[in-house]
Each structure stands twice: as structure tokens, then as C-alpha cells.
Write a protein that binds this ligand. Structure first.
Ligand code: GCB
Length: 604
């Protein structure tokens, strides 16, 4: 098990999750990077297929970033004369020849260290690289990171020169049976340095991570925990919330951990209606970090979800991390604004960020816009439940996501899985993820998108009794009556048996629709069919006792290698309410009208 904030610096991993990275002193390494497409991994393996980086000193391969210095020298690669790819960015949407590519691409950038008189530490920080990244600085290996959607950083103090540093990253997006996700997904396997890359500069001892929140069970006591990293860890840390005229201090122990709590009377609570963010200043010695943090409570009582003690209905929608207009991974604040803007227009107060951790801009913008979030790790469909490395991988992704987003008021649900098959090994695996989530952050709800089964004796009798449901806070499931199961009129006849006395949040329902294709409501792929599924499903779900919200599938059409119907799908999952051209399909209005009709909805 990982210890709370120790997720910031995990022994043996050589990686850090530096919290609140955008507020740090940093230089962006975004931009065009020279890139070599390497289908045979020639830059990684020698001709005996041994990795060049197995040796303590690397003597060959692209990591060395060499150029010939005389006309007789044989070097069969050259970053300087290779084309460039934009970072951040998936490679698939930048170059037609890379659209289907699964393999290794080598990226190289050069940078100088910022000049500074004081003793400083430097880190290279990657928002994400899908799926595996080997990182080299000036021909030396910094480390290898596995997992395509979580941040990581390597310290380069003492390794970096004042100028002309070569930073080389081999990114490989091959799918692996033992991976998280595994080889089978219903989304595009975008490869590359898909998120921001930063050169972060810190004093010798610095605030690596922090957590600031309401003390569980209260609305007027703030609890803070700060993790220092560096040689002088036993420092005094100070916390101030100037707009609230609050300040506190605590002493860190030799482990660099400082904890304190202090009264915060009349604290304005964060909610979708009033997304109040407070400036927080944390300082320790030469380091200061600021953030904007909201305070709220989230809990369940019986079949209700309570936000700040009041019952709330989650008017949600599921979202993939893709900008449909570009047909590529979303990564920027502008992308987040586009996606969350559509969700807002629908009347949503909730989004399910499916099926993997989205970039940090999403939760930050959701904090500002007053949109609650369900965040998820890519434990999707059938992964290797008995493989301890797979579990370790999933746990790290969960821990790193929590370390990154634990100060976001918008994030109210950690989801540990989607549509996993019932079985003992599966349940054990998922239970350990739930335990991990609760251990690292006991203040949010834990859930997973489960499956529904059909009574063998009655096709209209739907049963939710997955034994894993015992361990989650919400009873969430995906259901596709009217699309994968029967025609839309079947929806009107459903009866439900739900084993759990918990709030029901229906994590998916939906149907394909090709934008602009109009026909009668029984014609597959027509907008009318999709709208009919929505029109029938929403009132049907409303009959389920404890129905507390839903996140229909899905906000936007998204690329998927499993959706091949020519002229209709063409590599797109078209269950979006918004098309790849940004057009709203008929079902968009159906959902919008439904949310608009609910009590508690207020136009914004
Ligand atoms: C699901 C999956 C989602 C798929 C969707 C579909 O149940 O959770 O990832 O994309 O169905 O369109 O079939």
C-alpha cells in the first residue's frame, strides 16, 4: 500500500507526482520535437535484440542523440534532419501515415537550464505519454514510465548542463495483454507525448505535494497535509487563505510530512451553483505554491447523494478525452473548455471522465465552471485479474491520479473499473483498488461502472447484483436496452431488481446516430432512433428507486478501431450527442429538455 501523500515520491519508482504543477516555476517544453518513427525499435535494441539501455553506460541507440562529426563516421539516424511532431499531441492525428501506427516513436528536444544564482533542483515533467515511455537526458536513462494517462517526472539536477541538453523520449503505444488497459478497448489507441511537458524548477527542499480539504464530518475545519522533498525536510510550513483571513503553521517531521487543521468559520462551500475557489498559499523555506481550492462535502445517505448535506441529482454525461473536431486527443485548456462547454449547454452538473484519467485541465476547469466529475482508471473490460503486476499497475495509476487531483472540489467520484466480468479474482482485484482509493482519500465516493444481467426467465427483467456492488458507494451500471438489447420499445417494459440500497447512477446508455441521417425511429443509425432511445430511457430510469443521476454515452462522437461500418461509422463510435463536425444531434435536445425539467436545475 502506498502511504497517503507518499504517493508523491514512491520509493524505487524514480518518479514524482508534483502536485499543482502549472503553478510551479517552470519552462514549457511544449512545441515541435524532432521525431523518428521506429517500427522495429532499431533505436532501442541492438541486432541481437538486446536493449541498448541495459548497460550502465549506453553505447548505442537513439538515446545518444548523436550526429556524425566526420564524413567517415557511420550513424544511421539523425534527429536534426527528422521531421517534427507537436508536443503535446498524439501522433495519429498529426500525420496520415501514423494514423494506425502502434509501435515506437522517438522524440527529441533540446533545452537550456534557466539561469539562477540559488541552488535549484530541476525536473522534467510529463503530463502523460501513451503507453510506455523511456526517458533519456544527455544519453543517460532517467527512467521508464508505464501507463498512458498519468503524470510523471524525473529529477535532472546534476545531470543537466547549463545549455544544449538533449531530452530523448521513446514512446511506445503497443497494446499488452497484461496492461491497463489491456489489448481490447473501444477507443483509439493514440500514441505520443499527449500532454504538457515542463521543465520544473524548485528550491533544494520543496513542497512536492499537498492536500487541503475539509476535515471529514465538518464544514468549518480545514485539514492540510504537506509533503516536503529535499535535504531540509524538518521545516516549518505555513498555510494561508488570504481571502478568508485564515492562516496556520505546522512543523514537518524528518519524513517531510506536515499536518495541521484549523477552524474556518463561515467558509463558503463550493457547489455547481456557486463554485467558490479560494486562493491557498503554502510556503516552506524558499518554496511557495499557490492553488485555488474549493471546499465541499460529498457523501451518500441511504439511496441519496448529498452535496454539502443536500440531496443532489447528477445531471451528467460521459466524455472521452478527445476533441472531435480535430479527431485527436484533447490536452489543452481550450479543448477542456470546448467539451465542458457542451456539457454545460446540456444542463449538466456532472461529467463522467471515461475511461482513464483525463488531463489536469479538465478537473481544473470543472472546478471553475461548477461541474462535478467522476474520474476513472482504465481497468476496462477483461484485464488480467490474477496478475500481480497488472494490479500494481492499476494501483499506481489510481494513486497518481489521486495525488494529482485530490485538491479538486469538482472531483467527487473515483471509479476503479468499467464493465468487468463477475468472478472471484475480478472482485478481489477491484476490492483492493477500492481499499487503495479509500486509504489515499476517504473523502470521495468510490464507484465503478458495473453490468446488468437479464433474468433468464424474463427478458424484460433486469437485475443488478454484481457482488462487487457491495464495496462501492454508488450502484452504477451501464445499460443498453434499445441498442444492444432489443428495440427501443423494449425500454418501456423493463422491470428492475437492484440488490443494493445505494444511490443509483446509471453510468451509460445510448445508441449510434450518424449526424444528419434522418429516418423513422426504427431505422438504425438515424438521429430519430437515438433520440427515441433517450426519450424512452430517461423516464424509465426515473422509476428506479434511488435513481440519483446518469451519464449517458456519450457527449461526442469519438474514434474507435472497433467501429468499422463503412459510410456510417468509418472508425468512429457515433453514440455522441455532438458529431465530429460539432453539430448537435436530436438526442442532445432530448437530454437537455429532460435536465431542464428537473427540480433544482437553474439556467446559467
Ligand atoms: C460500453 C463501454 C464503452 C463503449 C460503449 C459502446 O459499454 O463502456 O466504452 O464505447 O459501451 O458504445 O458500446
Amino acid at each position: 500500500m502506498l502511504a497517503g501523500l507518499a504517493a508523491a515520491a514512491l520509493p524505487g519508482r524514480g518518479e514524482l507526482v508534483i502536485a499543482d504543477v502549472f503553478a510551479r516555476q517552470s519552462t514549457s517544453l511544449n512545441g515541435p520535437w524532432h521525431a523518428i518513427v521506429d517500427p522495429y525499435d532499431t533505436g532501442y535494441f541492438d541486432y541481437r535484440h538486446h536493449p541498448y539501455d541495459e548497460a550502465a553506460t549506453i553505447t548505442g541507440g537513439f538515446a545518444l542523440d548523436r550526429v556524425s562529426t566526420n564524413r567517415s563516421e557511420l550513424i544511421e539516424y539523425n534527429f536534426d534532419t527528422s521531421p517534427t511532431l507537436s508536443v503535446p499531441g498524439d501522433w495519429n492525428s498529426q500525420n496520415d501515415r501514423l494514423f494506425y501506427f502502434e509501435g515506437s516513436v522517438w522524440y527529441r528536444t533540446r533545452f537550456d537550464l534557466p539561469q539562477s544564482g540559488a541552488a535549484r533542483r530541476f525536473f522534467v515533467y510529463f503530463g502523460a505519454a501513451n503507453y510506455e515511455a523511456e526517458v533519456y537526458l544527455n544519453g543517460r536513462k532517467l527512467g521508464r514510465h508505464i501507463g498512458g494517462f498519468t503524470p510523471f517526472a524525473y529529477e535532472i539536477t546534476g545531470l543537466a548542463r547549463a545549455s544544449g541538453n538533449s531530452l530523448v523520449v521513446r514512446v511506445n503505444n503497443c497494446r499488452h495483454a497484461e496492461g491497463v488497459p489491456t489489448i481490447n478497448t473501444d477507443w483509439w489507441n493514440y500514441g505520443g507525448l499527449t500532454r504538457d511537458v515542463l521543465l520544473v524548477e524548485e528550491p533544494e527542499t520543496f513542497i512536492a505535494n499537498f492536500r487541503i480539504r475539509l476535515k471529514p464530518g465538518t464544514t468549518n475545519v480545514i485539514q492540510a497535509r504537506v509533503q516536503l522533498d529535499g535535504p531540509a525536510r524538518d521545516q516549518r510550513i505555513k498555510i494561508a487563505l488570504p481571502s478568508l483571513k485564515l492562516a496556520a503553521a505546522a512543523a514537518a517531521g524528518a519524513d517531510g510530512l506536515a499536518e495541521c487543521e484549523f477552524p474556518a468559520p463561515n467558509l463558503p462551500l463550493w457547489s455547481p451553483e456557486a463554485p467558490v475557489l479560494n486562493r491557498v498559499e503554502i510556503s516552506a523555506g524558499a518554496d511557495e505554491v499557490t492553488d485555488r481550492v474549493g471546499f465541499r462535502t460529498i457523501e451518500t445517505r441511504g439511496r441519496d447523494i448529498l452535496l454539502n448535506g443536500h440531496k443532489i441529482f447528477l445531471r451528467g454525461v460521459s466524455v472521452h478525452e478527445e476533441n472531435p473536431l480535430r479527431g485527436g486527443r484533447a490536452w489543452s485548456e481550450a479543448d477542456a473548455r470546448l467539451l465542458l462547454g457542451w456539457a454545460k449547454e446540456l444542463g449538466c452538473n456532472f461529467v463522467r471522465l471515461a475511461h482513464y484519467p483525463h488531463n489536469e485541465h479538465m478537473a481544473r476547469l470543472a472546478d471553475e465552471m461548477g461541474i462535478l466529475c467522476w474520474e476513472e482508471i482504465p481497468v476496462y473490460w477483461t484485464i488480467q485479474w490474477n496478475n500481480p503486476e497488472t494490479l500494481d499497475n492499476a494501483q499506481r495509476q489510481l494513486a497518481d491520479l489521486i495525488a494529482r487531483d485530490q485538491n479538486r472540489a469538482s472531483v467527487v467520484v473515483w471509479s476503479v473499473a468499467n464493465e468487468t466480468p463477475v468472478g472471484e479474482a475480478r472482485t478481489k482485484f477491484l476490492r483492493s483498488l477500492v481499499e487503495e482509493a479509500r486509504f489515499l482519500d476517504g473523502t470521495r465516493l468510490v464507484s465503478a461502472a458495473m453490468e446488468v444481467r437479464t433474468d433468464p426467465a424474463d427478458a424484460c427483467h433486469k437485475i443488478v447484483d454484481d457482488p462487487f456492488g457491495e464495496f462501492t458507494d454508488l450502484c452504477s451500471f451501464n445499460e443498453y436496452t434499445g441498442w444492444y438489447d432489443g428495440l427501443p420499445d423494449k425500454i418501456d417494459h423493463l422491470k428492475w431488481t437492484i440488490k443494493y440500497d445505494k444511490p443509483v447512477v446509471v453510468s451509460e446508455f445510448g445508441a449510434d446516430a450518424k449526424e444528419g441521417f434522418h429516418a423513422d425511429a426504427l431505422t438504425r443509425f438515424s438521429e430519430e432512433y437515438q433520440a427515441d432511445v433517450y426519450r424512452r430511457t430517461l423516464p424509465m430510469l426515473a422509476q428506479i428507486p434511488g435513481f440519483s443521476g446518469c451519464t449517458p454515452w456519450i457527449l461526442c462522437d469519438f474514434r474507435s478501431p472497433r467501429r468499422l461500418l463503412p459510410g456510417i461509422q468509418d472508425d468512429w463510435n457515433i453514440k455522441g450527442l455532438v458529431s465530429r463536425r460539432g453539430d448537435k444531434k436530436m438526442a442532445f435536445q432530448v437530454l437537455k429538455d429532460y435536465y431542464g425539467s428537473l427540480p433544482g436545475w437553474s439556467p446559467k
